[in-house]
Design a protein around this ligand. Structure first.
Ligand code: SF4
Length: 309
């Protein structure tokens, strides 16, 4: 059984991160940001290969900071070895030496999204970033553009106080081949209309607006300006779309934070349906440790069949 979103997996490969952003939602994995035991290289490869056998077509590796793992290229190569066409991307702060990015592309990474945790020095420092870290990020983004792959820059908008900083990012992005993904701070009461209003205040009304269906996630609004700027905004909430059987009687549905429709694989190897219901999970690490990787893929597929609405 294939349900909407089940082909999209977000894997939290590490809990480590050099940044300390107040809006970090930890993908619902409360260990993120703290040092906890991580699965080893072989375990991640086996789990993600099982995911591929279970139907994952879009894989995002994140954390924490995924590039904090020196074995990330090996993990990527392990997935690529069993699936030449799967879309493999990372979400990174970019606060790492570019050599790590180069190694990931050489191993089979398709593309990278950089989370802009403050564009200007003051906003970056507010998220505990130093000048040296900001230089690393600038070099990282330059390297990404050099690779010529699609570049998406994520910016979490928390309210009007962020607008001067967001405006700086949008002005920088307009003449460059990048897309700016503006996200709301899931801890606050902002919706897509608030995000559209913010970018319109900063850049004027967009010349063109397109709703794009995303077969792996929630639909996306694409806003284009005449100077080349492209912004994307998610314009649906998971609680409204309600793709899981459990959504029908979910006690937190009216305040469901999710802005992305994806299955998570948390840092301990448990599959999770959404960020707000940690009990809707399937721990796979114990089965993996018996060496039954075929069984892991079968259990994964079975779980998706059981939870589909
Ligand atoms: S919190 Fe989870 S189960 Fe509840 S409505 Fe949102 S996606 Fe569905």
């Amino acid at each position: 059984v294939v349900v909407s979103g089940s082909s999209y997996l977000r894997a939290i490969v590490t809990t480590r991160c050099p940044m300390r952003c107040p809006y970090c939602h930890e993908e619902g994995d409360e260990a993120v940001g703290r040092r906890t035991a991580e699965l080893g290289t072989a375990e991640w490869i086996a789990l993600l290969q099982a995911g591929s056998a279970a139907g994952v077509r879009k894989l995002k590796l994140l954390g924490g900071e995924p590039l904090a793992r020196p074995d990330l290229p090996a993990i990527i190569a392990g997935v690529r070895a069993v699936d030449p066409s799967v879309d493999i991307s990372i979400i990174t702060s970019g606060v790492v030496p570019r050599a790590r990015l180069d190694a990931c592309f050489a191993a089979g990474l398709s593309r990278a999204n950089v989370s802009i945790h403050g564009f200007g020095p003051a906003a970056f420092a507010e998220r505990h970033g130093t000048e040296a870290m900001l230089s690393l990020r600038s070099a990282f983004i330059a390297a990404l553009l050099e690779h010529g792959r699609p570049v998406k820059l994520n910016y979490v908008y928390r309210g009007r106080a962020d607008e001067p900083d967001l405006g700086g990012l949008l002005a920088w992005a307009a003449p460059r081949p990048v897309v700016v993904n503006v996200l709301d701070d899931l801890r606050r009461d902002l919706d897509h209309q608030a995000l559209i209003a913010a970018v319109t205040r900063l850049r004027g009304a967009p010349a063109r607006t397109i709703v794009e269906h995303d077969p792996c996630s929630l639909d996306t609004l694409r806003l284009h300006w005449a100077d080349g700027l492209e912004v994307e905004i998610k314009h649906e909430r998971l609680g409204v779309v309600a793709p899981w059987r459990a959504c029908a009687w979910c006690a937190v549905r009216t305040r469901c934070r999710e802005g992305i429709n994806a299955i998570r694989l948390d840092h301990g190897g448990a599959l999770r349906l959404c960020m707000d219901r940690p009990e809707l999970a399937l721990p796979l690490a114990p089965l993996l440790r018996t060496g039954n990787t075929v069984g892991v893929a079968a259990r994964w597929r079975g779980f998706l069949g059981e939870v589909a609405a």
